[in-house]
Design a protein around this ligand. Structure first.
Ligand code: IDP
Ligand code: MG
Length: 147
């Protein structure tokens, strides 16, 4: 079983798309084990996007992610990392396939709605940045065996 850090970015919250995107994650059969609404402070933004701090788009990305509240989630399931990346679609919403979250809802490279961890190592690092262990719940979904 894998875990991924999912962020519903400020555009998702502002556009009222939280429910639709969380609904897709639930309907896929993935399990939400942590979830909170929060503002991303400057230090957290820089740590989370550490691999991008030297890129030319970083100031846009930083301004965007700190501009308005997000929803942070821990999502669990078999191959959850790649399954979520496929559901999200390509980073660039102009290239993301229809049927994906970015392909269906996005029209801007910075405002691309959702973050999902890209590897087990990233997932662990990112989950530890956003969640305390007491904020991640250990429970069974009783419908789980039907998926
Ligand atoms: P990912 O979110 O699909 O993993 P990353 O390459 O990790 O994509 O980039 C992190 C975020 O930075 C993207 O989701 C997007 O919001 C933004 N971003 C990535 N590349 C560019 C770019 O070339 N121009 C502007 N923003 C970008
Ligand atoms: Mg990434």
């Amino acid at each position: 079983m894998e875990r991924s850090l999912v962020l519903l970015k400020p555009d998702t919250v502002q556009r009222g798309l939280m429910g639709q995107i969380i609904g897709r994650i639930e309907k896929k059969g993935l399990k939400v084990t942590g979830m909170k609404m929060m503002e991303v402070e400057e230090g957290l933004a820089k740590e989370h996007y550490a691999e991008h701090v030297d890129k030319d788009f970083f100031s846009d990305l930083f301004g965007f992610i700190t501009s308005s509240p997000i929803v942070a989630m821990v999502v669990e399931g078999e191959q959850a990392i790649s399954v979520l990346r496929n559901m999200m679609g390509a980073t660039n919403p102009f290239e993301a396939e229809p049927g994906t979250i970015r392909g269906d809802f996005g029209l801007d490279l910075t405002k691309n709605l959702i973050h999902g961890s890209d590897s087990p190592e990233s997932a662990k690092r990112e989950i530890d940045l956003f969640f305390g262990s007491e904020e991640i719940l250990d429970y069974e979904l009783t419908v789980g065996e039907w998926h």
